[in-house]
Design a protein around this ligand. Sequence first.
Ligand SMILES: Cc1cc2nc3c(=O)[nH]c(=O)nc-3n(C[C@H](O)[C@H](O)[C@H](O)COP(=O)(O)OP(=O)(O)OC[C@H]3O[C@@H](n4cnc5c(N)ncnc54)[C@H](O)[C@@H]3O)c2cc1C
Length: 663
Amino acid sequence: MQKKQLIDYLFVGLGASNCLLILELEKKRLLDGKKIIILEPHQKNKKDKTYCFWSTSDNVEKIIPLDFIDKEWDRVIINRKVQSLNPLKYYHVSSLTLYEKALKIIKNHNVKILKHTLEKNQSSNRIITDNIVYEPKYSFDSRPPLIKKLQKNQFYINQSFVGWQIQTNEEVFDPQSFTMMDFEIPQDNSTQFVYVLPFDSKHALVEVTRFGEDIMSIDEGEKLLNNYLKNYKNYQVLDIEKGCIPMTNADISTEICSNIRNMGTRAGHIKPSTGYAFKSMSMDATTIVNQIALENETIVPSNVQIRDNRFAFYDSLLLRILSEKSHLGKPIFKRLFQRIKAPEILYFLDEESSLSNELKIFYSLQWKPFIVAALKVLWNINNQIFKSFLPLLLSILFLAFQSLNMTYLTDVFLVTGLLLIGIPHGAIDHLIETNHFNQSVSLKFIALYLAQGAVIVLLWYMNPLLALLIFIGYSIFHFAQADFTEWKLNSKISWIWGILFFCGILLSHPIELNEILNQLSISELPKIQGNIFSSLWQDIAFGCLGLGIIMGFIQRSTAMIATSLFLLLTTQLTLIHAFGTYFIYNHSLLGWNHLRNHFQVNSLQLWKKASLFSFGSYALFLFLYWYFGNDFGNYIGTFFVFLSAISFPHVLRMNNFYNYYKN
Ligand SMILES: Cc1cc2nc3c(=O)[nH]c(=O)nc-3n(C[C@H](O)[C@H](O)[C@H](O)COP(=O)(O)OP(=O)(O)OC[C@H]3O[C@@H](n4cnc5c(N)ncnc54)[C@H](O)[C@@H]3O)c2cc1C
């Protein structure tokens, strides 16, 4: 029989990212007394990589302890000219130093190293070996990433290289200057260049690098190296380094399990346009350790895994150019290094530049390939823009139905949408709670869900006005949180949007709103003549939606502008049609797509998971329709109470979900 054993940490792979994490855990004494397993098929007793990075000397110790660094340079040779790197320096760490220091730390703790590998699709959530099932509290997985199929605007090229460590007879190198990207070598239909890292005046690593689809073979690399070094008459090759780094902005498959944390390349730390990762992995190790120190059960995914900023856009432009027109790499990089100082470029590559510096950099470059690439990127995000405009288009259609006295067609659109997306999007809360797609529903979950809904019903019974205010409060919170997350905006000000659009929808329909208030035994809105419309409440509603458009311009959000415009149009529809269009074709549709992408499944798979609760809701609606029949309109207040009760537990779960994934 298999024995179960709980362990504290599982490290899958003992490469750069996990070694950096081990160093950081040791610093905070978070390895003491812990049960640890490391899966690593290799001995890790050879230097297989060199890790270079740049930093100011003040900050370098935040990245790696000083005794790991075996060489630093304060000057760089670019386009065959020497430049100062001040205030930065370029640092070199040998992979062997990193492995040795991590192994030394491990020796002093309760660690078992297994020469065991995990298969590509095997979960690192539990491992079975020698009839023991190990279940880790935290699993740090640094296996090579599983890259998903490329989508539009995603590219994949290889950064492959072959390097020789050479020793010359004469003093030929300046030990303070390293050579970065010397393009004066044949380009072979790709982008090729040479790095020279001199360790002293007679000893250097000379590396030829290729950005391109084809990986450079050792033969190709050695031919280029021989040619490059032909002026150095006497040198010996001491060692060879070869490797390949993926340069891609493709999505990486992630396992949906909250105690598994992807690391290094698997977590997207390789910067797509450069291949550098060391500094980013080191920062990530600090972030993880801070969370472990707080005893967080879940370590939030790495911030580079969900990369959606302007630098991701710049990376996608360069990747597009390098993959579609690789011969342009040499003139672009040469011009960049001629016109912009090296430290400025390095800050830009670290994503620490200001917008004005970035404009200066792009201004210095050849415009045509970047403009063409940007237009292609924009063309391909049409689909996303279309989603923002869908509710606007539908509201125009519904207005047309209304003027033709065919509102039953609007009902068909809304009821179909409600059955296919509206209800199912809220029927997978059990998956969201556990963050595990294959999780079945537990009785505990159902009991807690019903209890949370019952609290709201009780509140309506005791104090309807308070219950209404609370319902409005969490509805504003939830819809605004969802919109801001989907539109990728800063959630701190989402409440402003929430208030604007909620007042816009409700107050633009004062008569219908008063009917609902009547049924809930809450006093009506007073009737006040408006300055523009027949009611002051409608004036306020239009004002709010107008502010929504302004806010959209300030936030540079096409989606917010489109949604405000669509809500302005829906003021001319009934309240139920206006809210239904927003709820189904904006809120639920965006949420559904988000959950589909999150769990990496298609709609059918998600529907199957939602079916239990969806069919339960359909049955309940049919029952209510059969029971109340034509009287349903008179029970809209009761329906409201019911709606608020079932939405409350959903809001709580979605809040946890969005908070977890925003980091
Ligand atoms: C030759 C080379 C040079 C580089 N130089 C730089 C540089 O100068 N600066 C920079 O910033 N970045 C550099 N990079 C990029 C990046 O920093 C490195 O690739 C870095 O090693 C990534 O760390 P990692 O932990 O993701 O992967 P790795 O360091 O490769 O570690 C992964 C570990 O997982 C183990 N493993 C693999 N499969 C399994 C399995 N199925 N089960 C269990 N264990 C497994 C491997 O044996 C390995 O030890 C370089 C990359 C290469 C290839």
